[in-house]
Design a protein around this ligand. Structure first.
Ligand SMILES: [Zn+2]
Length: 421
């Protein structure tokens, strides 16, 4: 994380009493967080009260009087009394309100830290239900679980409702992605990223679905078709076809099982036919369950910031891989200059695996199927480099032996690098 630090000193005199002094500083593009620390040193002993506020390049963003001298303002969080959100480039000003200047004035030291956007791996769950639909967890319980597991983001995908998008906690380390699971009698789709993706969820035909998903996309939503082969209920399988307007395919829903294997092979055939579809996963947790738990699977997203828009942008770009649990094994691919989701004309690649276990099997796959298998010998992080002759795409899977079920299951799954021939 790149940071710029500056310290500015302001001399406050008795004549400044009742005035607002300004401490200007420059904010460049791509700043994701501003931290401000104020220290007031009176020139003589005695009372000296300096109030504090902050202006962005257009308007006052907050005021905390003399109650808070440590301020943070970020894209989706801020100290109470300040408004988080967009950090506009330009001249910002710390406001110093001189309430009581003391007998001889004071020196005010303003330390400013500007945090620049830089891509980082975030982990989260893209499919979660709460009491706002048929889940058992309140949003506060969910927040506690998410923080406990180290999840950075959660998509609130309650069925056919959006009330959760108004009710989630704002002052938390977790980024909540406002979402809705469009739940029809012939399949489910997540609409991510906007509080109100549609005005009415009821659809009766593929053209209704297309109209609704196009409308949601027009409002800024990203769409995933969910658990297309899940037979848990009569309406879970996707029967609206794949010509409808969508962005991503949920190939990994909850614990790895046959319906996920079918979704994976559907995705493989889409990719082999030249369709550049990004795969996502989510736990679909509703209530306490032995295997269906928050973050099982987790999506690792290589995002510019913790902001919803940046997380969704990174997923859309294909900078996402899945892992069977939070802090589980993570796959990333590189081919020449391209990262996952990117495009290359070259024939060399590097796969990196984080948190591997001995005897894990790393499998490389192209449109013709498996092209290489590597058995991990030492646990930890590893990198495998080589050449490929893929014509459409290259992707990776990590398989692991799980004693609970006495078989090899997928432990991590990458998105592809696309090949341009
Ligand atoms: Zn569903």
């Amino acid at each position: 994380m790149q940071q710029t630090r500056l310290t500015l000193t302001t001399d406050v005199t008795v004549d400044d009493t009742g005035r607002f002094l300004e401490v200007p500083f420059h904010v460049a593009d791509d700043i994701t967080e501003i931290r401000i620390n104020i220290t007031v040193v009176p020139k003589l002993s005695g009372s000296c009260i300096i109030d504090v506020g902050l202006c962005d390049s257009l308007r006052v963003r907050g005021w905390s009087g003399s109650t808070k001298y440590e301020l943070v303002i970020g894209l989706d969080h801020a100290t109470s009394g300040y408004v988080g959100g967009d950090i506009l480039p330009g001249t910002w000003k710390v406001l110093l309100g001189v309430y009581v200047a003391g007998r001889a004035g004071a020196t005010v030291r303003t330390e400013i830290t500007l945090v620049e956007a830089s891509r980082q791996w975030l982990q989260g769950d893209l499919h979660v239900h709460t009491v706002h639909s048929d889940g058992a967890y309140t949003l506060l319980q969910l927040d506690e679980i998410a923080r406990d597991k180290g999840l950075d983001f959660i998509a609130l995908t309650d069925h056919n409702t959006v009330s959760q998008n108004w009710a989630y906690p704002r002052e938390t380390s977790v980024t909540y992605i406002p979402s809705m699971e469009l739940t029809t009698y012939h399949g489910h789709a997540n609409l991510f990223g906007v509080a109100v993706p549609c005005d009415d969820f009821r659809v009766q035909s593929s053209s209704d679905v297309s109209r609704l998903t196009s409308e949601a996309r027009g409002r800024g939503a990203k769409i995933s078709i969910n658990h297309p082969f899940d037979d848990a209920g009569p309406s879970c399988q996707w029967r609206w076809g794949y010509d409808v307007s969508f962005d991503w395919l949920e190939v990994w829903n909850g614990p790895w099982r046959e319906s996920n294997a079918q979704a994976l092979s559907l995705w493989q055939s889409m990719l082999a036919s030249g369709k550049r579809v990004i795969a996502v996963g989510g736990s679909d947790t509703h209530r306490e369950h032995a295997y269906v738990r928050h973050g099982y699977p987790t999506c690792y997203v290589y995002s510019k910031s913790r902001r919803t828009g940046d997380i969704l942008e990174a997923i859309g770009a294909g900078l996402v891989s899945m892992s069977y649990r939070p802090n589980g094994p993570r796959l990333a691919l590189q081919a020449e200059d391209a990262l996952m989701g990117g495009e290359t004309q070259g024939d060399s690649f590097t796969v990196s695996v984080t948190n591997a276990k001995a005897l894990d099997e790393l499998v490389l796959i192209t449109e013709v199927g498996e092209i290489k298998r590597h058995v991990v010998s030492t646990p930890g992080d590893l990198e495998i480099a080589g050449k490929h002759n893929a014509g459409q795409f290259l992707r990776a899977e990590l398989w692991r032996y799980f004693t609970e079920v006495d078989k090899m299951l997928i432990a991590a799954l990458s998105n592809p690098i696309f090949i341009k021939r």
